[in-house]
Design a protein around this ligand. Structure first.
Ligand code: SF4
Length: 599
């Protein structure tokens, strides 16, 4: 059945043969997987053979829009790249803000699938349904920002939206990111390295079509109503007035702000990296396509106007490196976007270097002459550059914290901070046990966005240092977010199933019930699980690093706090049981049948 919200076309590019194929969208998958995360997962699950090397030509990049992309639905501008992660080996969905997704729709495509490997660097040029593979040899080694600029100038179109990788992606740094139009990034999990492995330097896009909506008048009415009553509300205003930097003080106040490589949950210089400092540097705000929240902040730092770091970067490059210098963190953030590296993995890896340097386990001459004490902003910037260029000591650091621990033969019980290879981001799980479970069960490794359980415990009304009620909370949030990121709605809009059903119904042109969406969310989450199981993941990988069970936090309201391993294991079993999975975390037959996942 054809539904509104889709153009029905997918552009498939095989870089090995230089062939472009325009094919029909797999309409039969749409009602069950919607778009974005769900449809991206379905395509990858069906098309990718198990155990493929993520950096081989066989891996695929699936750029997917959702049924709301390109419409005037509020906070619905994002789009996603789905691939197998070279950093974790899991399925990976990584989201961008900006205009690229809307423009992909306006060119006439719901999705772009890239496979194979070009013989030399290329970029894709997509205008109004025409896809060309163009030589990018002249862009080799360039930063993402220059690449974007040069392509726009060469093509003579300042309105192009361009996504690009920097040198890190080309040099296969495993947590390489993708930058879009300078301001936005798909950060986590290494999608930039997958582009690099395919010799794909950039994708430039523009289009003049529109997004199809089945019942336009009804949609306009619903979108307006939801914008007024659900988006531009008192509760959401923080996104507009402060953005994520507001979370620095929230985390510090409850003792979960990562500090000095996960030693403490409070940072004595939090007031130097918080929302007030961002506001003091603020020059202007920017919005993604048609978004009334306009949460992206541009700040003036050393006479340059650059994007302000988000909370995760302030926490990982700031407090976790002991750095209370906002301008240095903003510089780091800008540099990471240009080099094309994930700020969270980069900063946490540098925080580990600082920890080892202070313990005397790494000497200055081992790290290219850099003095790497906590608090040393110059070390942060120099090490980030080395990682992004994959040179000198940066070659070792380009494997992240896990790579460094393995190379130096360190005890992972003491130093590891990752789940499935992805480092724990801005909320220390010892002070928010909801996040402990969310990190350990997240499909792409320790991710804060799959289930932002901290909003309910450390920042909410639930007791943070207990697992009571957390398995159901995490499961429900994971399912809800699976639907949100299939529509694709931004995480800053705290929309529920009712709101999503209301918005999707006029776009699709059929009545969508909230409980149907709930089931779809559960199906998508289970499909991601099946992908990971096929790659060899199971309960053994849903494990919080031992550090969080064994080393208590020091200072502040969480002084002496750690996660109870016994309670964690029980909570994980309860989570599996609620999901209809067995004790090893494998979905039971009846669960797969209920979710129509048996084929
Ligand atoms: S809330 Fe911010 S990130 Fe989300 S769509 Fe709007 S401007 Fe983009």
């Amino acid at each position: 059945m054809k539904l509104g919200g889709y153009l029905g076309k997918v552009a498939r590019v095989d870089l090995s043969t230089n062939k472009v194929k325009i094919e029909d969208l797999r309409w039969e998958w749409v009602p069950s997987y919607i778009g974005g995360k769900g449809l991206g997962f379905k395509y990858l699950y069906e098309e990718l053979s198990p155990n493929v090397d993520p950096l081989s030509p066989a891996n695929k990049l699936i750029f997917m829009t959702g049924p709301l992309t390109g419409t005037t639905a509020p906070a619905a501008a994002k789009y996603v790249v789905v691939t197998k992660s070279p950093y974790t080996g899991t399925i990976l969905d990584s989201y961008f803000g900006g205009f690229f997704g809307a423009k992909l729709k306006f060119t006439g495509f719901d999705a772009l699938i890239v496979e194979g490997k070009a013989k030399k660097p290329v970029y894709l040029f997509i205008i109004d349904g025409k896809v060309e593979v163009k030589d990018a040899s002249h862009l080799r080694g360039k930063g993402a920002y220059d690449t974007i600029d040069i392509i726009k100038k060469d093509e003579g179109d300042a309105n192009l939206s361009v996504l690009a990788i920097g040198p890190a992606g080309e040099r296969l740094v495993k947590f390489a990111s993708i930058n879009v139009d300078v301001i936005w990034n798909a950060g986590r999990g290494g999608s930039g390295a997958v582009l690099g492995s395919k010799n794909l330097k950039a994708v430039a896009i523009n289009g003049h079509g529109s997004a199809p909506i089945a019942s336009k008048d009804e949609f306009v009415k619903v979108a307006k109503e939801l914008t007024e009553k659900s988006v531009l509300t008192e509760a959401n205003m923080w996104a507009k007035t402060d953005g994520t930097p507001i979370i620095v003080d929230m985390s510090n106040n409850v003792g979960i702000l990562l500090t000095r490589y996960y030693k403490s949950g409070i940072f004595e210089e939090a007031d130097k990296i918080n929302t007030d400092i961002v506001k003091a540097h603020l020059v202007e705000v920017r919005a993604c396509y048609a978004c009334p929240l306009a949460c992206k902040r541009l700040v003036k730092v050393k006479n340059r106007v650059i994007k302000a770091p988000e909370y995760e970067t302030l926490a990982t490059a700031g407090s976790n490196c002991g750095i209370g210098d906002f301008e240095a963190i903003a510089e780091f953030n800008y540099m990471c976007g240009d080099l094309g590296i994930d700020t969270i993995s980069t900063a946490n890896t540098i925080a580990l270097v600082m920890e080892l340097y202070e313990e005397g386990l790494l000497k200055k001459d081992q790290i290219d002459g850099i003095e790497a004490n906590f608090g040393n902003a110059e070390a942060l910037l120099r090490l980030a550059e080395k990682i992004g260029l994959n040179e000198g000591f940066g070659k070792i650091l380009s494997g992240g914290t896990r790579g460094l621990i393995e190379t130096l033969g360190l005890n992972p019980e003491k130093y590891a901070v990752d789940v499935k290879g992805l480092e724990v981001p801005g909320y220390d799980p010892r002070g928010t046990w909801g996040m402990a479970l969310a990190y350990s069960t997240a499909d792409r490794g320790a991710c804060h966005l799959r289930a932002w359980a901290v909003s309910q415990d450390a920042f909410g009304k639930m007791e943070p240092k207990t697992f009571v009620g957390k398995p159901a909370l995490v499961k429900n949030l994971e399912d809800l977010n699976s639907v949100k990121w299939s529509l694709i709605i931004c995480d800053f809009w705290l929309i529920n199933y009712e709101g999503m059903a209301k918005l999707l119904s006029p776009v699709w042109g059929v009545t969508v019930r909230p409980e149907e969406l709930n089931l779809i969310g559960e199906r998508i989450w289970n499909l991601g699980r099946l992908f990971n199981i096929r790659e060899g993941f199971s309960r053994k990988n849903d494990k919080l690093p031992p550090k969080f069970f064994k080393q208590p936090l020091v200072g502040g309201p969480t002084n002496g706090v750690k996660v109870s391993e016994e309670h964690f294991e029980k909570a994980l079993t309860e989570y599996y049981s609620i999901r209809g999975w067995n004790e090893m975390g494998i979905p039971k037959k009846e669960t797969l049948k209920r979710l129509s996942l048996t084929d």
